[in-house]
Design a protein around this ligand. Structure first.
Ligand SMILES: *[C@@H]1O[C@H](CO)[C@@H](O)[C@H](O)[C@H]1NC(C)=O
Ligand SMILES: *[C@@H]1O[C@H](CO)[C@@H](O)[C@H](O)[C@H]1NC(C)=O
Ligand SMILES: *[C@@H]1O[C@H](CO)[C@@H](O)[C@H](O)[C@H]1NC(C)=O
Ligand SMILES: *[C@@H]1O[C@H](CO)[C@@H](O)[C@H](O)[C@H]1NC(C)=O
Length: 813
């Protein structure tokens, strides 16, 4: 019996993975590989500029300051078509510094000065810090002339020594707040304040109690209303001491008014507190490692409490490797965690517990400078909030099974009907920028734009909302792209199906335009993307467009009898489903082969000559993508079926409006006139999709969306679900019995645990729990079976976990 147990988990996982491959709908609707015309990138690169780690945008949005390797640049980004170098400040270590760096055993390529802090200090100056050959240094830079004023400061505690260590920095009222490691070896993490003057003293963490545990700093945000700065990082969660090195994500706070204590906590924070950030759906393993976070301020006039934070999280466990999740957190939830109870550390056992104790002071409260030593000792020892900050709705905003997101920016966009939508820009490790709109029904990826080809060791995102552009910094340089290109959508249907809150259909201009107050009555339906509702004039089916008797000639395909014909069916988007029709006849599967790529293949016989319509259905809207007229060749010259003669122009429904030169088509382009558009079909369709189809080698991504939008899915989902549910039920029953048996034996060996006492003994876990926590069984099968499954597989692994295991790793004990 025992020996079969390990086989069950993988089996279930494999099964659900299989299932989930039919389920996960998170596919970007359209994709713009690098160099496609629809999404133009403006690029700045220069051979002597690299590792652009920090981006800083001037208030007017016209100058972008860039911290790179051995240099700070001021880029003029006010021009529409170019990014121009305005000034450059070279700031590199001397030969002597470099020699010393390499003598210390560091790689020469890590010894340059990597700029890691770049912040406005005041109206005229920027403060910059760099790793400077493993001997960090900071300078004051005149933001206009980009020259150095004053002599350099020592950079210890402000900037890491090692360029691969992450850090965060923010300036408030001329003071610099940083989170970084403060020693050469990288063992001494610190959150500290610098550049304080007068009665305000520089502050740092008290390091006697382990306020931080091997953290990776991610970001920091100032909330002016509260006078607080929040730091986001991940670290080892000591309160979970039953798992080795369980990583937790944290938010910590300090008050900018803090000046330290008078005797106790002198020159130390009196307002430091931290809490766990939980990005976890109920019953699943948490996505526990924060990667990036951005804040979304409340709508104008609303209280700061409405501030939201959107963060990217990955998982420490291999079950979820290759996946990432986005979670959002409310500032009000963070506040209430900090104003609640705190965990207590038992100094003798080094164990954390939740004890109701008399509150001598409120940890995390601002203004404790004059508090008693007793109160300060209390806040010094009580810095870990008992409550975790859970994500909004205790759920994940989105999970991507295919992409590891590394950076994000968030923006609120007012749609045409004045409803606000949250738009996320998510950068993937592989170099795509996803634009995601959060709908009531979930996340919808409007588009993906490829911004770099090779994975980049350094990346950075900077959103300029007033200018409607986003900057991406990489090891190779800086590039800019507009947050939307509405004119890419050339029909009302396309404009509506995109569900891009930036874009709406202007019926008078007959164009998809950027939503602004200048355009009234734009057609848009972000929530459901219903073409029918918005594009009233659109005839919804091809039948209405072309009755059987007024079918246009279409693309002519001349064939010889018995020749194999293959007709291409371009996709309207990656979410559309392609199908074929012949007027007045059925496509019997004896004669026709529906290919993987939606093309149609058949042998030319007198019965198969005639008209063919390639249709694309998306979100309930059907459009004709191509019409072919297959007829017998008159001359016996050999001719490939795909070559075509271009017939005379036909009047075309306006929905098919012309879009001049969508791609670099090798074929002769028919003349296209916009307005009352006239065009030939096949060409139009092909033009439109060439760039999408080009990605074909990695077909999986392209095919993903195909079954999703369809009512009658070709993957026999229903049957599969029924069979699988039955199988899962049987297996769970079996598993439960096994585990119950195991538990009974296990119980008899160990004394019952008093509630509330932390469990230190990892040996008490059953082998299954061990395995499950390590994630191995899930993973081993996952690699083999799950192509683009993801979430559901996680659920399953996790589900099995919950069933087998009394406490999840996220349950503090
Ligand atoms: C927007 O799309 C249109 C149509 O594909 C293209 O011609 C234009 O260059 C694009 N503009 C930008 C800024 O990407
Ligand atoms: C700087 O960029 C180079 C080239 O892309 C890369 O190999 C290197 O790892 C980067 N260095 C750091 C510290 O990120
Ligand atoms: C900004 O800070 C720099 C460096 O401390 C100082 O020299 C300069 O006078 C300050 N400028 C203003 C306008 O306060
Ligand atoms: C502490 O108390 C002294 C004297 O009562 C007062 O002058 C000072 O402003 C107080 N400091 C803070 C930070 O409240």
């Amino acid at each position: 019996m025992e020996s079969c147990r390990p086989h069950l988990l993988p089996l279930i996982v494999a099964l659900l993975g299989f299932l989930s491959s039919c389920v996960n709908p998170l596919t970007s609707r359209v994709s713009f590989p690098i160099g496609t015309p629809g999404r133009h990138l403006t690029r700045f690169s220069s051979p002597d500029v690299g590792n652009t780690t920090t981006l800083l945008l001037s208030d007017d949005g016209d100058t972008l300051y860039v911290g790179g390797r051995d240099a700070v640049l001021a880029l003029d980004v006010s021009l529409k078509d170019a990014i121009v170098l305005r000034r450059k400040l070279d700031w590199s270590p001397s030969e002597k510094d470099l020699d010393q760096c390499s003598m210390k055993g560091k790689k020469m390529t890590d010894c340059p000065n990597f700029i890691r802090v770049l912040q406005f200090l005041n109206a005229t100056h920027i403060y910059a810090c760099g790793t400077f050959a493993f001997s960090p240094r900071c300078i004051y830079i005149n933001s206009e002339t980009l020259t150095v004023s004053l002599k350099p400061d020592e950079g210890r505690g402000r900037c890491p020594y090692d360029p691969y260590q992450r850090n965060t920095a923010i300036t408030v009222d001329g003071e610099l707040y940083t989170g970084t490691v403060a020693d050469y070896r990288g063992n001494w993490p610190l959150i500290s304040r610098h550049l304080s003057e007068g009665a305000r003293v520089d502050l740092k963490l008290d390091d006697s109690l382990g306020w931080l545990e091997d953290p990776t700093f991610i970001s920091s945000t100032f909330i002016p209303d509260e006078g607080k700065i929040y730091f986001f990082f991940s670290e080892v969660g000591r309160e979970y001491d039953f798992i080795d090195k369980f990583i937790v994500s944290r938010v910590s706070q300090i008050c900018t008014s803090d000046v330290g204590g008078q005797r106790t906590l002198q020159r130390r924070w009196t307002t430091f507190a931290k809490a766990q950030l939980l990005c976890q759906a109920d019953g699943e393993l948490p996505y526990n490692v924060i990667q990036d976070i951005d804040s979304l301020p409340p709508t104008e006039g609303a209280p700061a409490d409405g501030t939201l934070f959107y963060g990217i999280f990955t998982s420490q466990w291999s079950v979820n490797s290759g996946q990432s999740a986005v979670c959002s957190f409310r500032l009000s939830d963070i506040r209430s965690a900090f104003s609640g109870n705190y965990k207590v550390l038992n100094r003798d056992t080094l164990q954390w517990s939740t004890q109701v104790q008399e509150k001598v002071a409120n940890p995390g409260e601002c203004g404790l400078h004059n508090a008693s030593d007793n109160a300060l000792r209390f806040v010094k020892e009580n810095f870990l909030a008992d409550d975790s900050v859970r994500s909004v709705g205790r759920s994940l905003t989105l999970v991507s099974a295919e992409h590891i997101y590394s950076h994000l920016s968030v923006q609120r966009v007012q749609a045409a009907n004045n409803v606000d939508y949250t738009v996320l820009f998510l950068l993937t490790e592989s170099g795509y920028l996803h634009k995601v709109v959060l709908l009531q029904s979930g996340a919808h990826i409007v588009e993906e734009v490829q911004v770099f080809e090779k994975p980049q060791p350094v990346k950075n995102l900077k959103l300029s909302i007033p200018k409607g552009v986003i900057y991406v910094g990489t090891s190779e340089g800086v590039l800019r792209l507009p947050t939307a290109n509405c004119s890419f959508y050339w029909t009302c249907a396309q404009c509506v199906l995109a569900r891009d809150p930036f874009c709406g259909w202007d019926p008078s201009l007959r164009a998809c335009v950027t939503v602004s107050s200048a355009h009234a009555n734009l057609g848009q339906d972000i929530e459901s993307g219903s073409v029918e509702k918005v594009c009233k004039s659109v005839a919804l089916t091809h039948r209405a467009q072309f009755g059987p008797n007024n079918l246009p000639a279409g693309e002519l395909v001349s064939v010889s009898l018995n020749e194999v014909v293959r007709l291409q069916c371009p996709a309207a988007s990656r979410l559309s489903r392609q199908s074929w029709e012949r007027p007045n006849s059925r496509l019997s599967s004896d004669l026709y082969l529906h290919m993987e790529d939606s093309s149609l293949s058949f042998v030319a016989t007198p019965a198969t000559l005639g008209h063919y319509l390639c249709l694309s259905t998306e979100n309930g809207f059907q459009q004709t993508m191509a019409i072919y007229h297959v007829r017998q060749k008159s001359s016996p010259l050999p001719q490939t079926p795909t070559s075509q003669g271009w017939p005379q122009k036909h009047p075309w429904p306006t929905e098919w409006q012309a879009r001049p030169k969508r791609t670099e088509s090798k074929q002769a382009e028919p003349t296209l006139t916009s307005g009352d558009a006239q065009t030939t079909t096949g060409q139009l369709g092909r033009n439109f999709t060439l760039w999408m189809v080009k990605r074909a080698p990695k077909e999986a991504a392209f095919r993903d969306g195909e079954p999703l939008m369809s009512g009658s899915s070709p993957c026999y989902l229903k049957e599969l679900v029924v069979v699988s549910v039955l199988l899962v039920l049987c297996l769970s029953l079996l598993l439960t019995i096994l585990l119950y048996g195991a538990k009974q034996r296990w119980r008899s060996r160990t004394a019952p645990q008093a509630p509330g006492t932390p469990c230190r003994d990892s040996d008490r876990r059953t082998p299954v729990e061990h395995e499950a926590l390590r994630g191995n069984p899930c993973q081993s099968k996952r690699n083999g079976h799950i192509q683009h499954g993801g979430q559901a597989s996680g659920v399953l692994c996790n589900g099995a976990l919950t069933g087998s295991n009394g406490h999840l790793p996220n349950t503090p004990i």
